[in-house]
Design a protein around this ligand. Structure first.
Ligand code: TRP
Length: 375
């Protein structure tokens, strides 16, 4: 019998995720050799997240690249709902976004949806504002170009965004939202409206330039439904539909199902974790595809496909394909032990976090450069 597939909505990701099925359900296209070659024409090399299928699906990407070829530059748009601390899963999308910004030399518009988190979470407005500030530090720390990166904070940039949001809101009805997000009649009325705010940054640069500009949205695939709902509205308002590139989820430490999350019992690694903490979490929680004893492991070998430490290396922390392949081979054969694999990952993560945490401190003096100034 077929196992029950996992759940993927903007508000819940759980269970075993069947990405091929999502591609069909969401009506997106799978990234294949053809589109990778198209991308490569402009970027020369391919980010390992593209080579390894970590970013695996898209909408309208070919169209976007054709525009780029004709010198019609796109801009990037992504965002963050600031309800808590940033963990490695969040960084995955943004590290890739930074690569896109550098390779295509384009602007990034980054939305902080403080309204969304206030409306959907049981948290105070002040708490959400605190996380907005904290989360901005993590985005800046990744090294986005301050001259080409603009932060929009929904409640702070409402004067710019609200007039556009109502145009989306007027063309999307309650039953569509209910069906797309599983909202019930008990949903608060802010939740019903929210998708129109998330749709807006994809047109803001066009509104400001008074001219249509193509947009590319890198996101983890759970965010796709917002844009699926808004998709038909863009042309009705006279704008291009945004192109999208979809990423898989970084799994939680406890196993390859679902996604890393700061809610529930699942353990996450936060950007502010100290080396000892990272070590403790990985050693204690990172689900292992190894065998119960060393003797057995040497004999039978481990399974990297379900080993969370191996998956983190593949998805984020080992850029070198040859090195990754070697680790995979050695793990499967039993030559590499779980403890050794974990230690390798711990060192990689701690090296990354040490530099991230330094940059995060420096970011405190840079926030003003990133927040978009309404002219
Ligand atoms: N809703 C997203 C979250 O909860 C934040 C977000 C806003 C976003 N705009 C986006 C994510 C565009 C991806 C792309 O985190």
């Amino acid at each position: 019998m077929k196992k029950k597939d996992g759940k993927v909505t903007p508000f819940e990701v759980s269970g075993e995720i069947n990405y091929d099925k999502l591609v069909k359900e969401f009506g997106v296209r799978k990234i294949d050799e053809n589109i990778l070659n198209e991308i490569k024409k402009y970027t020369k090399d391919l980010h390992f997240m593209l080579r390894r299928g970590i970013f695996f699906a898209y909408r309208d990407l070919k169209w976007l690249l054709d525009k780029y070829k004709k010198k019609e530059k796109f801009f990037l748009y992504t965002g963050r709902g600031p309800s808590g601390p940033i963990h490695l899963g969040h960084l995955q999308t943004w590290i890739f976004t930074k690569w896109l910004q550098d390779k295509f030399d384009v602007e990034l518009w980054f939305q902080f949806t403080d309204d969304e988190k206030y409306l959907f979470k049981n948290q105070s407005y002040d708490e959400i504002q605190k996380w907005t500030y904290e989360n901005m530090l993590d985005v800046i720390a990744l090294g986005f170009n301050p001259k080409k990166t603009h932060f929009l904070i929904d409640t702070k940039h409402a004067g710019l965004m609200y007039p556009e949001a109502i145009k989306f809101a007027k063309k999307i009805n309650f039953s569509t939202i209910k069906a797309a997000f599983g909202l019930t009649d008990q949903a608060n009325i802010g939740q019903i409206f929210y998708t129109s705010m998330q749709a807006v940054p994809a047109i803001i640069p066009s509104v400001l330039a008074k001219k249509n500009r193509p947009c590319l949205i890198p996101l983890a695939i759970d965010q796709d439904p917002h844009f699926r709902v808004a998709r038909d509205v863009y042309p009705k308002l006279g704008y291009y539909k945004p192109a999208i590139i979809h990423g898989v989820f970084l799994p939680p430490l406890t196993g390859i199902k679902g996604k890393m999350s700061s809610t529930g019992e699942q353990v996450a690694i936060y950007t502010t974790d100290k080396p000892k903490e990272v070590e403790r979490k990985i050693k204690k929680y990172a689900f292992s595809g190894g065998q119960a004893s060393i003797e057995e492991h040497r004999k039978k070998g481990g399974n990297p496909d379900i080993d969370v430490s191996f998956q983190y290396l593949k998805m984020m922390f080992e850029e070198n394909d040859d090195k990754l392949k070697q680790i995979e081979t050695d793990y499967r054969s039993g030559k590499l032990l779980t403890g050794e694999l974990k230690q390798y990952l711990i060192d990689k993560i701690n090296k990354f976090l040490m530099s991230h945490q330094k940059n995060r401190e420096k970011a405190k003096n840079m926030i003003d450069k990133f927040i978009y100034k309404i002219k």
